[in-house]
Design a protein around this ligand. Structure first.
Ligand code: SF4
Length: 678
């Protein structure tokens, strides 16, 4: 038996585990007993992280569409087809008619190379990834106010906080081991406020559960802040020493009495006051949020309110405090760090800055790099729909299930002249491709992932990829070579990390040989630096923290006569993202085989619906047949559906309206109706 210490491929918690293999075949998983985050535990997904690796449906050869069908091909032919296809599209429609989608499931080294391929080899800033769908509001909001868009504190800080305020995060299901940390902290006496209108598991352990209406986070947080200001509970010392623009915040809060917020949130004014007093009264209070905050047409405003509340109470830069956005997929933090973003190079260096472009151009062979702004992924999908994006290269993502308004996403991809998908399975998106490139999965390669707490960790190869599948970084390097660029001939991923650290100051001291055993947290500017568990300790990354006033805007689509219910979407404990890996893990699939919709018994009663019966849920964009679960987890008037299941795709219903600053879609709210299937 061999054991390879590596990183869990699912959520951003960043647990490390040993992949156990016997004669080259994976047979199981053991948690790392000494890892500082998972400390000998794993959630059910981690325990099953070996199960999909040898699944018979793994892609083993490149596929090329011929006469309407995907047929096996050799690597040379497939790479040639991709390069000539992209060149042809660029020749007729311009360099920016191509979009590259990087992947939160691929390593840092691979995301860096895809960013380099897009900018250096194909001359476009059109590179983005699925953070656009989950935490782009966080990056936009927190960079403006703090100078950094990442989780400010470490997972360890959950053990050091007097009060944890969880808003818009179903932590026990999405980040199970962080959820466990929170519940353990509560057992030891930490106070817990949960703001979520579903009765999630954490809410049962909360000192205060705020079931505010979907989309009313800004009124709730604004009224909490107004209460803190008017009752003299603000940390004036912190505000005057460390922040700017406080006056503008106070002015913007003027109308937000608890009664005013109560009329919008559906809460009692006393609950809002109680939350404000509890939060401001704690010696150390931390805010934890996820996509319940970010995935709104006003997602950046929600993030700004969280950051304002933390600064108002001096809860930044100390253990047990901070603004802590929990990153979804295991390397979504790293994909952002690597500059898989249309406006940033690696290390959040602005693509619009000529000095940044010159630095990268010099390192990459001297050719000038593109200066036209790139497209965010969501706008690129719209551009594909309208015809100005003609080709897409998608690495390890499945937008047919993960993008809002499935009908729109499908039509957009169908209109392309060239769709290339690089993945480990023939996903719903890959089935539509002109070329499919078979990739190695996390267990079959090395490199690094960066977890939600900015911890850069090494993954280690435990077995060989199936058939002709190759690690993503090797495929990208081969594409570059095929396109005539010689600057991607690496001997291994450690060499790519050397280039990343040379060019990206926050990774300046990170190299593979420094990451044993459990990684380093960026910023890590030089080779003697120990890493940074807590950000903004003495000063903010931008100098001083900037308060930003927020004006309330409601959701883009609210219930009406035709569509009288609110649909919200999310994830479940057993599955991950679009299910391409967890649904091919037999135990996880056995536990939850199909999609479902949570329905409050009062709503069910109106259509004589019983638990387990099927319904059709319709929105202005589509309809889905799905089995109903009658439960008081959801309040009356609200339905909840997970988005993992192709057969009952929640995103056939969701609304493709975007936040105007971050371009994140409003996954969390749309108006629907529900009918019983006779
Ligand atoms: Fe993997 Fe996240 Fe579960 Fe840890 S909590 S084992 S990282 S899915």
């Amino acid at each position: 038996m061999q054991r390879a210490l590596t990183v869990c491929p699912y959520c951003g918690t960043g647990c490390m585990l040993h992949l156990v293999s016997d004669s080259g075949r994976l047979v199981g998983v053991e948690p790392s007993a000494t890892h500082p985050v998972n400390r000998g535990s794993l959630c059910i997904k981690g325990w099953n992280a070996f199960a999909f690796v040898a699944h018979p449906e793994r892609l083993t050869r490149p596929l090329i569409r011929k006469n309407g069908a995907l047929v096996p091909a050799g690597w040379d032919e497939a790479l040639e087809r991709v390069v000539t296809g992209i060149r042809a599209v660029q020749g007729t429609s311009g360099k920016d008619s191509v979009m590259f989608a990087a992947s939160a499931k691929a390593t840092n080294e691979e995301n860096f190379l895809l960013m380099k391929l897009a900018r250096r080899v194909f001359g476009t800033n059109n590179i983005d990834h699925c953070a656009r769908l989950c935490h782009s509001s966080t990056v936009t909001g927190l960079v403006q106010m703090f100078g950094s868009g990442a989780m400010t504190n470490s997972i360890d800080c959950f053990d050091k906080s007097d009060l944890i305020f969880v808003i818009g995060s179903n932590t026990t299901e999405q980040h199970p081991l962080i959820g466990t940390r929170i519940m353990n902290a509560v057992r030891r006496g930490t106070k817990l406020i949960v703001a979520d209108n579903r009765c999630i598991r954490l809410s049962r352990h909360a000192d205060l559960h705020l079931r505010h209406k979907n989309g009313s986070d800004v009124p709730l947080l604004s009224a909490m802040m107004q209460t803190i200001v008017s009752e003299g509970l603000a940390d004036t010392e912190f505000i005057s020493a460390r922040t700017e623009n406080y006056g503008a915040l106070v002015e913007s809060l003027a109308g937000w009495s608890p009664e005013m917020a109560a009329s919008i949130t559906g809460l009692a004014a006393e609950e809002i006051v109680q939350a404000a007093r509890m939060f401001a009264g704690a010696r150390s209070a931390m805010i934890v949020y996820a996509m319940g905050i970010t995935q709104h047409s006003h997602g950046v405003d929600n993030v700004r309110c969280c950051a304002n509340l933390a600064m108002l109470t001096g809860n930044i830069g100390r253990p047990g405090t901070g603004v802590n956005p929990l990153r979804g997929q295991n390397n979504v933090q790293g994909a952002c760090d690597m500059g898989a973003l249309p406006d940033m190079y690696s290390g959040y260096q602005r693509a619009a800055d000529p000095d940044v472009r010159s630095k990268f151009a010099l390192a990459w062979g001297g050719e000038p790099l593109p200066d036209t702004p790139g497209l965010p992924l969501t706008l690129a999908m719209n551009a594909a729909h309208s015809g100005s994006i003609r080709a897409m290269f998608i690495m390890g993502e499945n937008p047919i299930l993960s993008d809002p308004d499935q009908g729109h996403a499908r039509a957009a991809l169908e209109r392309l002249d060239l769709l290339v998908v690089q993945d480990i399975f023939l996903t719903e998106t890959a089935r539509m491709a002109d070329v499919v490139l078979p990739a190695a999965c996390y267990a079959e390669k090395d490199g690094t992932f960066t977890s939600t707490e900015r911890r850069v960790q090494l993954l280690r190869k435990a077995c060989d990829p199936p058939g002709d599948a190759r690690p993503d970084w090797q495929i990208i390097a081969a594409l570059a070579k095929s396109a005539g660029y010689s600057g991607m001939e690496y001997n291994g991923t450690a060499e790519i990390m050397e280039e990343i650290s040379r060019l990206s100051p926050i990774y300046g001291g990170i190299s593979h040989d420094r990451l044993t055993p459990y990684g380093l947290q960026w910023p890590c500017p030089d080779h003697n630096h120990p890493g940074t568990p807590i950000l903004h300790v003495k000063g903010f990354s931008r100098g001083v923290g900037r308060f930003m006033p927020v004006a309330y805007r409601g959701p883009a689509e609210i219930p009406d006569k035709e569509y009288p219910l609110t649909l919200t979407t999310g994830r479940t404990y057993f599955h991950w993202h679009t299910g391409s890996m967890t649904r091919r893990s037999h135990l996880l699939e056995r536990e939850e085989r199909e999609g479902f919709v949570e329905v409050n018994p009062a709503d069910a009663g109106r259509i004589n619906l019983r638990d387990g019966e099927s319904v059709v849920v319709s929105s202005r964009r589509g309809k889905v047949f799905v089995r109903a679960r009658l439960t008081e987890i959801v309040p009356e008037g609200v339905l909840f559906m997970p988005f993992h299941f192709a057969e009952n795709a929640a995103n056939a219903l969701t609304n493709n309206v975007l936040d105007q600053e971050s371009h994140i879609p409003e996954f969390k709210i749309c108006a629907v109706r529900m009918e019983r299937v006779p």
